[in-house]
Design a protein. Structure first.
Length: 314
């Protein structure tokens, strides 16, 4: 167990380094924002492009992977919604945000370097397959449910599902991650290979995506913190770090996924909450403290819980 913890610990140490860089005033938080842009718009898209272009899928179907992961998401999201509305007496909007905070994993900034370090490059294939649909599915569900909750509470005429889907689709076609995945899939289908100079450049840039992502995330943590909602945030954090990976581990075994794919999925589901929970809270102007507290708590406890799941996975 100690060896696994020491393997996982550097991931969270780099987040801590980023946090300290801003905390002691070596750099401003805006530098972290610029690094995040580099990771999201350039480094990770190139990594996904290379992974899909060179992947050996061995005839594996992505549908079992998606079913295994999103079944766990559905269970966890529902449990968090019920906990927020029934046990803590919050309205449906907070219920939706509790579900998002419990089920939206930080796949890019923490999950990707974690899987690459612990499972290896073979773990990037199932991760890339998941990333291809993760953001669209989670954002569509979160936005539709939040708009319905707002309509239920405030009344008035809400946007139609078609309008919501149109807006999200418009955003996705310009999303660098989607472009990188689509480009890699096209290269793979056509059987093309990159010229050696191009491949070297892609490898160099893709290689820094993990460390830079972790440090930039740490630099961004200054804006979160734990401001109220500690009780409900503790529940959403427990659901995120324990319930979601437990559900994904169970469904992966029931569906007979191979060990590398199961390991990648469970570790991804075990990482801290992604910043998208904060973005949804910002978009609808509700639940900022819950999203922020969950992100902070899951990141602070992540090294321990991720090590626990890595130990169970062997």
């Amino acid at each position: 167990m100690s060896a696994i913890f020491l393997d996982v610990l550097p991931i969270f140490v780099m987040i801590l380094i980023g946090w300290l860089i801003v905390k002691v005033g070596l750099m401003k938080a805006e530098v972290g924002d610029a690094l995040s842009d580099f990771v999201f718009k350039i480094a990770v898209p190139l990594l996904l492009f290379r992974t899909i272009a060179e992947a050996d899928f061995k005839g594996a179907s992505p549908f079992r992977l998606w079913i295994a992961y999103f079944s766990g998401v559905a269970i966890t999201w529902t449990a968090a919604h019920i906990a927020a509305t029934r046990f803590f007496g919050r309205d449906d909007r907070i219920g939706v945000l509790a579900g998002v905070s419990s089920a939206f994993a930080n796949t890019i900034f923490i999950g990707l370097p974690l899987v690459q370090r612990t499972v290896g490059d073979k773990g990037l294939v199932p991760l890339s397959i998941l990333i291809a649909v993760h953001l669209p599915v989670m954002m569509i569900i979160g936005t539709i449910l939040m708009e319905r909750a707002e309509h239920k509470i405030a009344g008035g005429k809400g946007r139609s599902i078609v309008a919501v889907l149109r807006q999200i689709a418009s955003n996705l076609v310009r999303n660098p991650l989607v472009i990188g995945l689509a480009g890699g899939a096209l290269m793979h289908l056509l059987g093309w290979t990159m010229p050696m100079p191009v491949e070297l450049v892609v490898d160099q840039i893709a290689g820094v995506s993990g460390p830079v992502a972790l440090i930039s995330l740490g630099m961004a943590l200054q804006q979160y913190g734990t401001s109220g909602n500690v009780g409900i945030a503790s529940v959403t954090s427990a659901f995120k770090l324990l319930l979601l990976p437990a559900c994904v581990w169970t469904t992966s075994h029931l569906l007979g996924l191979e060990s590398d794919w199961t390991a990648a999925l469970v570790l991804i589901s075990a990482v801290p909450t992604g910043v998208n929970a904060w973005l949804i809270a910002n978009r609808f102007g509700v639940g900022h403290s819950l999203a922020a507290s969950t992100i902070t708590l899951t990141t602070a406890l992540g090294a321990i819980t991720v090590s626990f799941w890595a130990y169970l996975l062997g």
